[in-house]
Design a protein around this ligand. Structure first.
Ligand code: GAR
Length: 213
């Protein structure tokens, strides 16, 4: 197998998606070389620390503006030699300058079937709308809010759901599965934009070995 891809994970909260990455791809297809949080309070930090992954906090309040924060964040991730940046419950918008440092190499997991319900409170938005099908999207990050090209999506019928917690509980395994799968595909070099429509992400399936050996 080829060398693990050095990746950084950005977090703001509980860190169950980070945990899924630590448990499945870390040390295999990918090496988590940095975890950065927007807040010192994120329980996600302890998950990374307990696995010996270098952590740092880049809180908006510690910098004059978002540009300065993202410059410091980008420099740290460059020092750590991260080649893919994974947003796993990261609740901040990244500046265009940050994204330009990692072209086509920032991905995000979002708890809705985009383009429905982008931004904060996606599950609350979906419940308020009264949808019966919920879902998860993993997508490339562009300069908009949850607007970059879709990598993977999965839907889940929950026609009677009323509470955010029950939807979140049902979506969690989908999130963990899709995010780890997207990182694996990226690490394998299996993701590319469709030349006919760069909004479409083509997933290259490895050629089957033919014959009977
Ligand atoms: C996840 O549900 C993720 O989809 C969501 O935050 C949660 C983080 O959970 N992200 C967004 O809403 C981004 N717009 P975690 O900290 O347990 O991984």
């Amino acid at each position: 197998m080829s060398e693990p891809l050095p990746i950084a994970v950005l977090v703001s909260g509980t860190g169950t998606n980070l945990q899924a990455l630590l448990d499945t791809v870390h040390g295999r297809e990918a090496e988590i070389v940095a975890v950065a949080s927007s807040t010192a309070e994120a329980p996600a930090l302890a998950r990374a620390e307990s696995r010996g992954v270098p952590c740092a906090v880049f809180a908006r309040a510690h910098y004059p503006d978002r540009e300065a924060r993202d410059r410091a964040l980008g420099e740290w991730l460059d020092e750590r030699a991260a080649r893919l940046v994974v947003l796993a419950g990261y609740m901040e918008l990244l500046t265009p300058q940050f994204l330009a440092r990692f072209p086509g190499a920032v991905i995000n997991v979002h708890p809705s079937l985009l383009p429905a319900f982008p931004g904060l409170g996606a599950i609350e938005q979906a419940l308020a709308y009264g949808v019966k099908v919920f879902g998860v999207t993993v997508h490339f990050v562009d300069e908009g809010v949850d607007s970059g090209p879709v990598i993977l999506q999965r839907a889940l019928e929950l026609p009677h759901a009323r509470e955010r917690e029950e939807v979140l509980r049902a979506l969690r395994p989908l999130e963990h599965g899709l995010l780890t799968e997207a990182v694996r595909l990226y690490a394998r070099g299996a993701l590319r934009a469709d030349p006919a429509n760069p909004r479409r992400t083509i997933i290259d399936v490895p050629a089957q070995r033919g014959g009977d050996g």
